[in-house]
Design a protein around this ligand. Structure first.
Ligand code: HEC
Length: 284
């Protein structure tokens, strides 16, 4: 079933019929109920997709694509980044410390706990942000959020968590609830010349095609990050993907790791709780 971007405008109007959107209208913030409604929406919309397959982005939506992907996984194009990330991760900083010193469990098998809400700072901390803070705390310059080094590091960390269920916590802190709510609002708000929200594409139209690409479902959409994309001929971080998606709708993107992006990452990760980490991913 190949349809065009124009259909998105129509289906975007139907957004109000979506239970996950209805929840947005309610005053009370109830992340548990939100996550349940969000997951059920996708499970009902795509009854043939195994729950744990939603984390494979466009591949969960199409059998033909899925076969291509399984072939690709035999010689994965992210292999190079994975190797580089592993080396970087174990190479000491100039002061002799390593990334392992900054993270619980030496940074291994912890991807599923990011982003987390930091009660000291009162804000969401993503894995990319935590990595750069680790560098800065050890006297190293931060990496670009949209380039290869960051993608390699997060690729390696994701790999050590493959198969572990996403496990995002919302502590009993009104600021954490507010961050979740803000992320949710951001996700459903329309912006840009095309007046699209993230949900217009990734909730209303997953499986449909926009130009040459099959839209990934919003459920589990971050579990595969970072991703290799042929169009980028390289890896992309979560930050890079957010900026690209904003630009596609001719909306002005935020700076990587702005509060909005941190909060939307918190929201999208929380509603994917229970679904396995599948990163790093590869896309056509
Ligand atoms: C005009 C439609 C459109 C809108 C609006 C949009 N995206 Fe996307 N998004 C895409 C396309 C096309 C891709 C690449 C194909 C795919 O994987 O879905 C993509 C991919 C992604 C991916 C990677 C998924 C994967 O598994 O490859 C993430 C994460 C993502 N978008 C998040 C967002 C967020 C967050 C927003 C709101 C700020 C957003 N998108 C808004 C079209 C859109």
């Amino acid at each position: 079933m190949k349809r065009h971007a124009a259909i998105l405008l129509g289906s975007a109007l139907a957004a109000l019929a979506c239970p996950a959107t209805d929840a947005a209208a309610a005053d009370k913030v109830d992340p548990v109920a939100d996550a349940k409604a969000f997951q059920n929406f996708f499970f009902q919309k795509f009854p043939d997709v195994k729950h744990e397959d939603f984390v494979n982005g466009p591949y969960s939506m199409d059998e033909g694509l899925k076969r291509q992907w399984q072939e690709k996984e035999e010689f994965p194009p992210y292999e190079f980044a994975l190797e580089a990330g592993k080396d970087m991760f174990s190479t000491p900083f100039k002061n002799g410390k390593t990334y392992a010193d900054c993270f619980p469990n030496g940074g291994i098998g912890i991807r599923q706990n990011y982003p987390y809400f930091d009660e000291k700072e009162g804000k969401v901390v993503t894995l990319e942000l935590a990595l750069n803070r680790c560098r800065e705390a050890n006297g190293e310059a931060p990496y670009s959020y949209v380039k290869d080094e960051m993608a390699s590091l997060t690729a390696y960390m994701a790999y050590t968590s493959r198969g572990k269920p996403m496990d995002i916590k919302i502590p009993d802190d009104p600021r954490a609830l507010a961050a979740f709510e803000n992320g949710k609002r951001y996700f459903y708000s329309r912006r840009g010349q095309m007046n699209f929200s993230c949900a217009s594409c990734h909730v209303q139209s997953p499986g449909e095609r926009i130009r040459a690409e099959t839209l990934a479902p919003a459920l589990g959409i971050l579990n595969a990050m970072p991703i290799y994309r042929s169009e980028w001929s390289g890896m992309g971080t979560t930050s890079r993907r957010f900026v690209t998606c904003n630009s596609q709708t001719r909306a002005v993107p935020f700076e990587p790791q702005s509060d909005e992006y941190r909060d939307v990452e918190y929201f999208l990760s929380y509603v994917a709780n229970g679904l396995p980490i599948s990163g790093p991913g590869a896309r056509p």
